[in-house]
Design a protein around this ligand. Structure first.
Ligand code: CTP
Ligand code: MG
Length: 386
């Protein structure tokens, strides 16, 4: 028993009122059909066929790509379904899932439930509750209110055993395949689905779908947030200025290092590279390269920031801890914050700098040197999360 999928995309979209067939109308800069195919792609199926407008086969093939076959649809939806089912050639007990290209926000999980129901029962359709009060009217005047207690809106996906579907399609035309089953007395199960699977029918439906997709895009962007950590330590060396966070701090010794020894900017550089998974500061700026001798470590930060930007990432915020017995960091924290914020192109409020001692323990406690730890967030550039 195989699972087969048919996407019907051959309609002209009269109610949308565009010159382009509905499945090819752009939705958030891509053809509607592309979104629908993406949405159904997680559904496990052996074969997929798309019924396309007969005069737009090449365009539709380009969208479908290796995901499936494209066949010419017909004048009516039923004719398109027939053409697609013929191409799929389902065996008697295969299950065929049929979905409107015009429902791009379909949930793959709900699709699976409909397929499973059809496997069990023979025929099943996605359905949504009727949420509005329904009126029977004549010439714009209300005749009566329809009891909606036993009403459902038929949606797609609809799924059928191959044998059931063939019998149904032989029975004639209808706006959905379930109607053909009903006419033959074949039981059809309904599967309640989210109303997000709505059908793009009128122009305002495109607006609605675009707003939902834009919201999902923002959600995805937020999930692109990446965290990084950096650590560095340098021994004291007399006869050099002490540079921390790009600021010269009065002290009786500076920090030894191939560059200017700025442990805080090195940890910051490493945190940026770490968050973007770009390796280590040593890979990017080899100490063996004489170019970096006595270099202002600000160049490392700027370069790391550029590399992250090339991947669409910008710094969100930074939390830095300088581990030193002396000098005390607090009097210089504001200046360091300002300098680091300027180097990163963020507001001062996005940078925190603190000092801590190790209460006499370890190399920092013995005043042999200074260490720095930086935790930093990279966010999608231009996301405004800064
Ligand atoms: N469909 C099809 N072949 C047809 C008619 C419709 O494959 N001859 C498909 C549509 O492409 C759509 C689905 O059936 O994905 C649901 O139909 P509907 O929303 O009515 O689309 P259209 O018929 O294109 O739109 P309209 O009724 O406004 O003309
Ligand atoms: Mg139609």
């Amino acid at each position: 028993m195989a699972r087969l999928l048919l996407i019907v995309a051959a309609g002209s979209g009269t109610r949308l009122g565009r010159a382009t067939p509905k499945a090819l109308v752009p939705l958030a800069n891509r053809p509607l059909l592309a979104w629908t195919l993406d949405a159904v792609s997680p559904v496990g199926a052996e074969r997929l066929v798309v019924a396309a407008p007969p005069d737009r086969l090449e365009e539709v093939r380009a969208i479908v790509g290796a995901r499936g076959r494209v066949v010419a649809g017909g004048e009516t939806r039923s004719a398109s379904v027939r053409a697609g089912v013929q191409a799929l050639a389902p065996a008697e007990d295969d299950v065929v899932g049929i979905h409107d290209a015009a429902r791009p926000l379909v949930s793959a999980a709900e699709f699976e439930i409909v397929l499973a129901a059809a496997e069990r029962v023979g025929a099943a359709i996605a359905a949504t509750p009727v949420v509005d009060t329904i009126k029977r009217v004549a010439e714009g005047r209300i005749l009566s209110t329809v009891d909606r207690g036993d009403l459902l809106c038929a949606a797609t996906p609809q799924a059928f055993r191959g044998g059931v579907l063939r019998r149904a399609l032989a029975a004639g035309d209808a706006t959905d395949e379930a109607a053909l089953c009903e006419a033959l007395g074949i039981p059809v199960e309904t599967v309640p689905v989210s109303r997000l699977s709505f059908k793009i029918t009128a122009p305002e439906d495109l607006e609605l779908a675009e707003a939902i997709l834009a919201g999902r895009g923002r959600e995805e962007e937020r999930s692109m947030t990446r965290v990084g950590i950096g650590f560095d330590a340098h021994p004291f060396a007399s006869g050099r200025p002490l540079r921390l966070g790009g600021v010269v701090i009065p002290h009786d010794a500076g920090l030894q290092g191939h560059s200017d020894g700025d442990a805080l900017l090195h940890a910051l550089t490493d945190a940026i590279l770490g968050a973007a998974a770009l390796g280590t500061i040593g890979d990017q700026f080899p100490p063996s390269d004489p170019k970096w001798k006595d270099a202002d470590s600000a160049v490392f930060v700027r370069r790391a920031r550029e590399l992250a930007a090339e991947r669409g990432l910008a710094v969100g915020n930074v939390d830095a801890v300088v581990i030193a017995e002396s000098p005390r960091i607090a009097p210089h924290a504001a200046a360091i914050r300002e300098r680091v914020a300027a180097l990163l192109g963020v507001e001062d409020g996005a940078v925190s700098v603190r000092g801590t001692s190790t209460n006499g323990l370890g190399f920092t406690g013995r005043k042999d040197g200074i260490a720095a730890v930086v935790v930093l967030l990279l966010v999608p550039a231009g996301s405004g999360a800064r």
